[in-house]
Design a protein around this ligand. Structure first.
Ligand code: JHZ
Length: 447
């Protein structure tokens, strides 16, 4: 364990807390800390200005109608109660081309109790461990501080805990923060904000590395987050983030990744613009195939962006990914898949085949609701997450069963709702395939 040391952190020159003291601080001061964070709006409201550049107008390019929140799994006993639904429509900023949702569901409703666990995919856990390890090698000196925003169950941070670094998680999901703390990752169960960034810097010193994977898209006030990163990040530190890439969403028609939790759909161009408004420099972009196509950005203090990032931006503009034409093409594909999938499932039912879903991801809720696939077409869904089992898919109400149900139910066809984990899932379910079982995807691919 490193000795306490004094960090020179801009206006903050307090002794940095070692790991154990950091954990004690989180435990002891949690209530006061939570109260000091800005209260969130409790209304479902409409967004009129762009999250990246603040401009108007925002023009609607895709509508998925009214949808239940994608992770609002319900108990069978709650079936008689009305299920909340909110408008789900994608809008485009006419100035910077940022794609974003028009309606904001209160984050307290979406994120305080959460059923998605980073550790649910071995491949993703490895991906995040590699990120943590490589970024720590590059940016974190001995005894340095790593803060993860949206740290979930602590999968990422726990992978570097044996190093000579201090780790601190921030995640609003109270049920998951407890799990992270139990595996030794001190976690502030709050929404990240400028207020919280200042508080962490004041008490723990500035962070050498701030990580946020699949988080920026979930936050309505991106300016507040950037201000928080700016005050928390050490002068030579880095902010490393991952977000699904809009280019892949459009190319592959990943309409099911559009849901209320995802408020922004990022291309590099609007991101660079957002950061530069906060004197943060987008230094590097790496592309990864995970989650249907992801970009990892590395941001440092400074202005502008690197030559490599500028080249990516030029390519995006040339391809027109932030234009209405690209979204119109996707809307047409969505319609074809919806009709095709309903027809296919109808034909399978007519020929006496049993079809179940595999994976109860957030995107599964969107695909099933958008295509109006009820329990008549798809009887149940398999998912390995114990916390989801026994619950029903929001809106369409398939019961979620543990993978062992495959042997009892013996479905003929599995609709792979978690298509982004195809390799892992198809690779594991060899028995199902051996007895003639087939996987199909919501995009009508046969695996
Ligand atoms: P998965 C999540 O979306 C949530 P989701 C979040 N909003 C986000 O931004 C994106 O990730 C990027 C199960 N499973 O990862 C586990 C198996 O059953 O596609 C999960 O419930 N067996 C933060 O929810 C689901 O599938 C397996 O072998 O769309 C996958 O969810 C594996 C690998 C997974 O994320």
């Amino acid at each position: 364990m490193p000795e306490p040391q004094t960090l020179s952190a801009g206006p903050f020159t307090l002794p940095a807390l070692p790991q154990q003291a950091l954990a004690d601080w989180v435990r002891r001061d949690y209530t006061a800390l939570a109260a000091s964070c800005a209260e969130r709006s409790s209304d479902n409201w409409e967004r009129k200005t762009c999250r990246a550049c603040g401009s108007t107008p925002l023009t609607e390019v895709i509508s998925l109608g009214e949808m239940p929140p994608a992770n609002a799994f319900i108990r069978p006993s709650e079936l008689t109660q009305p299920e909340p639904r909110f408008p789900l429509s994608l809008r485009l900023c006419q100035q910077c081309g940022m794609a974003q949702l028009g309606h904001v569901v209160p984050p307290e409703l979406l994120f305080r109790s959460y059923l998605f666990f980073t550790s649910s995919s071995r491949r993703m856990a490895d991906h995040f461990s590699r990120l943590m390890s490589e970024a720590s090698d590059e940016f974190v000196p001995p005894g340095g501080l790593v803060v993860e925003i949206g740290s979930n169950d602590g999968t990422g941070l726990s992978s570097i805990q044996r190093r000579d670094v201090r780790v601190l998680g921030v995640d609003p999901a109270r049920n998951i923060a407890v799990m992270a703390a139990a595996r030794g990752v001190p976690t502030i169960s709050e929404f990240f904000s400028e207020t919280l960034g200042r508080e962490i810097a004041r008490v723990a010193g500035r962070a050498d590395l701030i990580v946020a994977c699949n988080v920026l898209g979930h936050i309505d006030d991106l300016d507040d987050v950037c201000r928080g990163v700016k005050v928390l990040l050490a002068p030579s530190g880095a902010f490393v983030f991952e977000v699904p890439y809009l280019q892949d969403l459009l190319d592959r028609g990943e309409y099911d990744t559009i849901y209320h939790e995802h408020l922004s759909y990022f291309a590099v161009h609007p991101l660079a613009r957002l950061f530069s408004r906060h004197e943060l420099r987008l230094e590097k972009i790496d592309l990864f195939p995970v989650h249907g196509g992801t970009i990892r950005g590395t941001v440092v203090h400074g202005t502008g962006c690197s030559t490599a990032v500028s080249q990516l931006i030029a390519a995006e503009i040339q391809q027109g990914i932030n234009t209405r034409v690209a979204f119109d093409a996707m809307a047409a594909k969505m319609e074809t898949w919806r009709t095709g999938l309903r027809d296919k499932l109808g034909a399978l039912r007519a020929s006496g085949k049993k079809v179940m879903g595999y994976g109860a991801p957030a995107k599964g809720t969107v695909a099933l609701n958008y295509c109006a696939i009820g329990t008549d077409l798809l009887t149940a869904v398999i998912d390995s997450t114990p916390a989801k089992q026994g619950f029903l898919v929001p809106g369409t109400h398939q019961v979620i069963l543990a993978p062992k149900a495959l042997e009892e139910e013996k479905p003929d066809v599995l609709l792979l709702l978690a298509w982004n984990h195809a390799e892992e899932i198809v690779g594991r379910e060899k028995l199902f395939r051996a007895r003639g079982g087939r996987f199909i995807t919501p995009h009508l691919a046969e695996l």
